[in-house]
Design a protein around this ligand. Sequence first.
Ligand code: PGA
Length: 259
Amino acid sequence: MTNKLTMRKKIVAGNWKMNNDYFEGLKLASEVIGMISDEVNSDVICIMAPPFIHLNSIAQLIKGKKGISLAAQNCSDQDSGAYTGEVSAKMISSTGATYVIIGHSERRNYFAEDAVLLQKKVNIALQNKLIPIFCIGETLSQRESGKHFELVKQQLVESLFSLSTDEFNKVIIAYEPVWAIGTGLTASPAQAQEMHAFIRETIAGKYGQAIANDKSILYGGSCNPTNAKELFAQSDIDGGLIGGASLKSRDFVNIVKSF
Ligand code: PGA
């Protein structure tokens, strides 16, 4: 366990997933931006991760607004070329987005994204000045068979631990137990803290304690305005990656205010 007297940033990121058409998305983003501007005067970084089609317009809306940033939910592992349907890190970067979610369990499960592909995505994101929000986490059966620590360590090692120290410093980690995503089953604050401390310890083993202490590690999985405060109060939890609750502006902003 580490104390929170570090350089690490407090972050709440809203992953909209495949929700909201163009106009609904602009409405939600405008509401969030308004509430954040009126109500949040802290050092929390609030990130919205809408579908690709919203990035450019929302980037215009957040221009000049303190504490609000934009993320894509995915990027291609390729630079450019004949990859129909793909969106490159360079394209994302050119909209004004500054973060990209990589390795979300839905991408791993439904789109068969493996550790090697995810490593390529992390590299290409960093080359294009995007900050990866890299997701890791175990399934219920992995936890029940006592393999959750081993699995999470493997996900870190396979996709991130070949990064240089400078590159690794830029990455944000999101621990999202798969059994808690969209299920209403949140990890208890103690369960989440235990894994976050393990992740930090694993990072310390590879990159050193100072870098581990400064690494922002977010919790994701049925985080909501009711449970966020207790989760964020844990010594190794630096914020959240929010799915369902990020689709309601009031709920999302209340989570941003939960530190
Ligand atoms: P949830 O999703 O908050 O709806 O559980 C979290 C996520 O998938 O990032």
